[in-house]
Ligand binder design. Structure first.
Ligand code: THU
Length: 130
């Protein structure tokens, strides 16, 4: 709940004038600290970034190397899942067991794991040659 409240609070700061779709994300790191991010859109549309990506950047910039829990919130009819790119970014720092809580502003909540959302993830282990 602490994580979801953090995601809800940071969502207010989202810069989403083009889609009108504000998203907030909060990550718990290995230290137990919480890092947050919101989506930041751009007039050059493809340059916008997701809430999860912003939260991840804050976590890494603080010197953290691990994600243990994720929460995402949007004002949507159903809880939203992280986009494909963000699933891959989260998988760089979190195991398949990492719980992901997805919620709507109206209080609908779903729970899943990173592994269930990104089965067969490409990882550093796949980079070894021949
Ligand atoms: N968005 C996120 O920030 N996170 C997600 O998990 C899905 C989509 C943002 C990107 C864009 O600014 C807006 O939501 C509409 O796609």
């Amino acid at each position: 709940m602490e994580l979801l409240n953090a995601a809800r609070a940071v969502r207010d700061n989202a810069h989403a004038p083009y889609s009108g779709f504000k998203v907030g994300a909060a990550l718990r790191a290995g230290s137990g600290r919480v890092y947050t991010g919101c989506n930041v859109e751009n007039a050059s549309y493809p340059e916008g970034t997701c809430a999860e990506t912003g939260a991840l950047a804050a976590l890494v910039a603080a010197g953290e190397t691990e994600i243990t829990e994720v929460a995402i919130i949007a004002d949507s009819p159903e809880p939203i899942t992280p986009c494909g790119g963000c699933r891959q970014r989260l998988a760089e720092f979190g195991s398949g067991q990492v719980p992901i809580t997805m919620a709507t502003l109206s209080g609908d909540v779903k729970a899943d794991t990173l592994g269930a959302l990104l089965p067969g993830a490409f990882s550093s282990q796949n980079l070894s040659k021949g």
